[in-house]
Design a protein around this ligand. Structure first.
Ligand SMILES: [Zn+2]
Length: 333
């Protein structure tokens, strides 16, 4: 199941209440004796907790909304072996589920691609007109030919295309586009790519670590060819209107607005600081930058893409956009 292009409002309670009010009004018209019954009694009935239509979910990740397949997996305890085929390397022997964090777990034993990264591949295949249940192992030769993947390692190298560019952010002392010990450094705030030179960009949980993420999105926009796409994941609160700004950098000085959170980072022992957790604001801001934005959800038993919060974003540069008016975000760093 892959759903894209729409934000899904999960609660049907407002609709149910509207229906109740409407049916009560109709009953009053048809049968004036209803006046004698207090209308409050309609809402005084206890709602069944188990009714799937009566849910209002405000928490993320929504672990309580795991499907029956996931619940059955967890029933026997962890860890558990999960069957499925890796859509990155084609490995078919399955995955180990070690925790209830489905998004970060189910790592391929061969290419080390987590569930989240494999979801990104499914959406990239789908967005480039290929079967979303296919794999890079099978379809890499039909992908767009110039792809920048913002990481190195087996997962990134599985994008076996003619002009694959893999990179890491090393530190502020390094120069974008140069290689250091075989690793290319790219700062997403100052990428070295020419305007309109990339067919696709892939980033997996990168932008929450960028102090000014929307300026960085503007830089990626500049580098994308018209019609090019940025497929990415970030931590995302889908029920809030404003991003959670945890830290900012003003004139080179870090300011912390909320307690510091670090994500695991193979290149930094201390981890990578989270500057922001994104929200609906991200979708509207990317649209203002000129992108056509989609939110995709992926679920596949065949590919062991499981769990409730499987959200992948697609930001596409419109096909006829001209470079002159691109990059509308002011340089702030
Ligand atoms: Zn694999």
């Amino acid at each position: 199941m892959i759903e894209s292009g729409s934000y899904r409002w999960r609660s049907r309670r407002p609709l149910a209440l509207a229906r109740k009010a409407l049916s009560a009004a109709v009953a009053v018209c048809r049968n004036p004796s209803v006046y004698s019954a207090p209308l409050e009694s309609v809402d005084a009935r206890p709602l069944a907790d188990s009714d799937p239509l009566e849910r209002l979910e405000t928490e993320f990740p929504m672990t309580e909304t795991l499907g029956s397949y996931e619940r059955d997996l967890l029933r026997g305890g962890l860890p558990v072996r999960v069957r499925g085929e890796c859509n990155v390397c084609g490995h078919g022997a399955g995955f180990l589920l070690r925790s209830e964090n489905f998004r970060e777990d189910l790592v391929c034993p061969r290419c080390k691609a987590s569930n989240r990264k494999r979801q990104v591949v499914a959406v990239l295949l789908s967005e480039t007109g290929l079967p979303w249940q296919g794999s890079l192992a099978r379809h890499a030769d039909r992908l767009p030919q110039t792809i920048w993947v913002m990481e190195t390692g087996p997962f990134a190298e599985a994008f076996d295309v003619q002009r694959l560019i893999t990179s890491e952010y090393l530190s502020a002392d390094h120069v974008s586009g140069r290689s250091y010990g075989g690793v290319r450094h790219e700062d997403v705030m100052a990428p070295s790519f020419r305007d309109e030179s990339l067919d696709a960009v892939v980033s997996c949980d990168v932008f929450e670590h960028v102090p000014d993420p929307y300026a960085a999105h503007g830089k990626v926009f500049r580098c994308l060819k018209p019609g090019g796409i940025h497929v990415f994941t970030v931590p995302f609160h889908e029920h809030t209107a404003r991003d959670e700004v945890r830290a900012t950098v003003d004139n080179g000085v870090h300011r912390y607005h909320l307690p510091k959170i670090y994500h695991g980072d193979p290149r930094r022992a201390a981890g990578a600081l989270v500057y922001r957790v994104f929200s609906i604001e991200m979708l509207t801001t990317l649209a203002r930058l000129g992108y056509e934005v989609k939110l995709a959800r992926v679920h596949s038993v065949r590919l062991a893409m499981l769990g409730a919060n499987a959200v992948v974003f697609v930001a596409r540069k419109p096909a006829r956009q001209r470079t002159k008016s691109l990059d509308p975000v002011k340089k702030t760093v």
